[in-house]
Design a protein. Structure first.
Ligand SMILES: Nc1nc2c(c(=O)[nH]1)N[C@H]1C(S)=C(S)[C@@H](COP(=O)(O)OP(=O)(O)OC[C@H]3O[C@@H](n4cnc5c(=O)[nH]c(N)nc54)[C@H](O)[C@@H]3O)O[C@H]1N2
Ligand SMILES: Nc1nc2c(c(=O)[nH]1)N[C@H]1C(S)=C(S)[C@@H](COP(=O)(O)OP(=O)(O)OC[C@H]3O[C@@H](n4cnc5c(=O)[nH]c(N)nc54)[C@H](O)[C@@H]3O)O[C@H]1N2
Ligand code: SF4
Ligand SMILES: [Mo]
Length: 709
């Protein structure tokens, strides 16, 4: 029997684990209690890794669809040969843009996949590169380019006196942007922070697991976060609670922002948001008192109405309150797996993330989004890129660890798009709803069969920390790593793939370590050393102090850049609920399912059940004369679903809350009690598309609830 230190990659939290191997099989995984960073934390999903490896539902050989629609087993070599040949044919006939990648959530867990598949697209000269980021929280990622960045970064959670968390529930999702509750054993982190005096403000229409622990829970009406934040800014300005000195030195557009928020008087804000006036004042005073701490958002407001403006106002609150590291401050984590960058107390203006490069064909206002050296197209447009004929039409799609049929806006359109492809290849361990439609399904190596490093979470840690794991076990099956599909095509088509400045020859075949070395080139950590020292390391000797800004720098954080005026105008124009659609539907995450991933695992299924109920306040149910557990119809302007209601006092009246990525493909019959319902049937991929990012309104959807006939 051998024990191996490794880490979970079911989600992005990367909890350290110890795997026990005997007789050629992994026997168990348990939390690594020796890990000083995580303190032995894991969740129920991560504890299913062994079950997942050996369960009968797992695909262990490549599947090819025959003319009759049946799947047959082929070798990975045959699959690669045939896929590469088809790609060659399509590229020569239609050009490289016809070949697209969609990297889904779990693709981010393979530390080589994002960079290698992006590099492959560069080599092929195909701009059709998409990820789940643009149907997730793109405002957070891209709208920041409009404001600019403070080079030394914003306050981390452990240095904060106050945190304001808007539509994010890290105790379930293990997700938080920097400044929020870290995904490393989150409940424990929060308990310790509160003990030392942290004040927690939670803005959420639900009494979430996090809201229960808040000093102040602001139960906002969904979609009205921007109104609330504008109202808070008005109070902060009026009461002089902001950092005027910081604004004077580093900020532009203050007067214009002040003028815009003038219209958001307390009465109106309280009316629109459904939040008592006193609570709004208390939130503004508590947050601005700080003196340290950040406001951050999760998916809640980012998927709803006005995400760009909401994100802008959150950033504005942090900016006017000066919530940044200053000269002489210690940087908690400068990042171990990226090249060292100087931390300076000054603003860096960066090029806008949009406006250059390839345009979307159906909606040319949208196009490539850039961040550093990476770029991607907006995913909500991909179904149209597949369906609309003409030059550049996408004919080949690689779906990597994603499930478009469950996750993309407008499920009917996603289905039509998947059906019309010349070649659909899915890398997935299961016949997911999307994989069932594929020409090839290639099964991946799972977590414990792969080498990986904590690349994705590198910048999220609050201390300099990294872990490298070798594969715990060599698999006997013909399964692949996600990036190997791209390598196989690059090799057959003689493409020259380069990661950063490192050329990656196709022969001999690169190892995963070769790729990770290229991806982390120039970083602080010696990857070879890390590889030989499993277990995860806190690098206590890293000591980075913020340097003073250069004299005479003119760069400023922009509180009123181009586009904000129109976003305010749109917010002011929005009327609340309508007579036709009096309720608002929101999303929230389940502890037992990661988007669509988890229904196949018995221990998780037992907890999550067979359906994703529509949670409503009992008073709403009484008013609608609907009983708990009754089947109802939920109608939006774009579609209709059936759902089973669940009485839930944690939900704000007027709101209906459901998990996403449930249900079946729209062309299948099945009862809602057995399969749940897909809320993306209620979402349009065209109406209310956000400027720049192409984000659709996937939550805060006006709906009508009625008894089923
Ligand atoms: N209405 C609505 N729509 C939403 C959302 C919402 O809140 N509301 N959320 C959005 C968000 S934030 C996101 S990120 C997207 C998610 O969108 P997707 O990423 O497209 O969907 P997932 O369900 O996460 O897909 C994960 C897939 O990975 C597979 N998988 C599991 N383990 C492995 C593995 O080790 N390797 C490989 N190759 N595959 C594996 C699973 O079987 C599953 O099919 O959905 C978005 N869509
Ligand atoms: N267990 C589990 N973990 C996950 C996932 C999962 O499906 N399951 N998905 C992963 C993915 S892909 C992502 S992107 C992250 C997301 O991580 P989070 O952003 O933390 O996602 P949620 O847990 O859904 O929390 C969103 C919160 O927003 C609230 N909300 C909804 N609408 C509004 C609104 O209009 N305004 C405000 N202020 N709040 C609102 C909801 O009630 C909910 O509490 O989680 C990741 N982790
Ligand atoms: S939070 Fe759970 S699923 Fe995510 S890495 Fe940790 S154990 Fe795995
Ligand atoms: Mo996500």
């Amino acid at each position: 029997m051998t024990e191996h230190q490794t880490f979970c990659r079911y989600c992005h939290a990367y909890c350290p684990m110890v795997a026990t191997v005997s007789e050629g099989k992994v026997q168990s995984v348990k939390p690594d209690t020796t890990n000083a960073m995580y303190g032995g934390y894991t969740c129920i999903k991560g504890r299913q890794l062994v079950e997942q490896m050996y369960q009968p539902q797992r695909l262990t050989s490549c599947q090819k669809k025959t003319e009759s629609g049946e799947f047959v087993t082929v070798t990975s070599q045959q699959a690669f040969d045939e896929i590469a040949e088809k790609v060659r044919e399509i590229v020569s006939e239609h050009g490289p843009r016809a070949v697209a990648t969609y990297n889904g959530t779990v693709a981010f867990q393979n530390s080589a996949q994002l960079a290698y598949s992006r590099a492959f697209h560069n080599a092929l000269e195909s701009p059709s590169y998409y990820t789940s980021v643009t149907i997730d929280q793109p405002a957070k990622v891209f709208v920041g380019s409009r404001i600019g960045f403070w080079t030394a970064g914003s306050h981390s959670f452990h240095d904060s006196d106050v945190v304001m968390i808007i539509g994010n529930n890290p105790l379930v999702s293990h997700y938080a942007p920097p400044g929020g509750v870290p995904s490393v054993s989150p409940a424990d982190q929060l308990r310790r922070a509160k003990k030392r005096g942290l004040k927690l403000i939670v803005i959420d229409p639900r009494q979430s697991e996090l809201a229960k622990r808040a000093d102040l829970h602001v139960q906002v009406k969904p979609g009205e976060d921007a109104t609330l934040l504008a109202g808070m800014l008005k109070i902060i300005f009026a009461e002089g609670l902001y950092d005027a000195e910081f604004c004077e030195a580093h900020v532009g557009g203050l007067a214009e922002l002040k003028a815009e928020v003038e219209a958001f008087d307390l009465e109106m804000v309280s009316d629109r948001t459904g939040v008592p006036k006193d609570t709004i004042i208390e939130a503004a005073r508590l947050f601005s008192a700080g003196p340290r701490g950040s406001a951050i958002t999760g998916t809640g407001p980012e998927m709803g109405a006005h995400p760009n403006l909401t994100q802008h106002l959150v950033a504005s609150l942090n900016i006017v309150c000066g919530r940044f590291y200053r000269a002489g401050d210690q940087i908690p984590n400068p990042g171990m797996l990226a090249p060292p960058a100087p931390k300076v107390a000054q603003v860096a203006e960066v090029p806008l993330a949009w406006g250059r490069g390839v345009r979307c064909r159906v909606n040319p206002e949208l196009g490539e989004l850039r961040l550093g050296s990476s770029k991607e197209m907006p995913t909500a447009q991909l179904a149209d890129e597949i369906l609309a004929p003409g030059e550049g039409q996408v004919k080949v799609l690689f779906v990597i660890a994603g499930n478009p049929l469950m996750a993309w806006p407008d499920q009917e359109k996603a289905l039509a798009a998947m059906k019309s492809l010349d070649l659909l290849v899915c890398i997935d361990p299961y016949f997911s709803e999307t994989a069932e439609m594929a020409h090839f399904v290639l099964p991946p190596k799972l977590t414990l069969e792969r080498e990986d490093v904590t690349l994705l979470s590198d910048a999220w840690y609050e201390k300099p920390y990294s872990q490298y794991t070798k594969a715990v076990i060599e698999t006997e099956h013909d399964v692949i790593e996600e990036w190997e599909l791209y390598w196989a095509i690059a090799d057959r088509l003689n493409l020259e793939v380069t990661i950063g400045r490192t050329p990656i020859p196709n022969q001999p075949k690169p190892s995963k370590f070769d790729l990770l070395k290229a991806i982390t080139a120039g970083s602080r950590v010696d990857l070879q050393w890390l590889r030989e020292h499993p277990g995860g390391h806190i690098f206590d000797d890293v000591d980075v102090v913020v340097e003073p800004g250069l004299e005479g720098t003119q760069a400023r954080l922009k509180l009123y850049p181009e586009g904000v005026d129109q976003e305010f105008a749109a917010l002011k124009d929005t009327v609340g609920g309508t007579a036709d659609y009096p309720h608002v539907l929101i999303g929230f995450r389940s502890k037992y399912v990661l988007n669509s991933f988890g229904h196949n695992l018995p221990a998780l299924k037992k907890k999550s059940g067979n359906t994703n109920p529509a949670h409503l306040h009992p008073d709403d149910l009484a008013a609608l004369e609907i009983e708990d557990d009754e089947e109802v119809s939920i109608q939006s302007a774009y579609g209709q679903i059936q759902a089973i209601v669940k009485a839930d006092t944690k939900i704000k009246p007027g709101v209906v809350a459901m998990h996403h990525c449930w249900g079946l493909s729209p062309d299948k019959q099945g009862s809602v009690r057995e399969n749940g319902a897909n809320t993306n049937l209620l979402v349009s991929s065209e109406a209310e598309t956000q400027r720049y990012t192409g984000m659709t309104r996937s939550s805060t959807i006006p709906v009508r609830i009625s008894k089923s006939a």
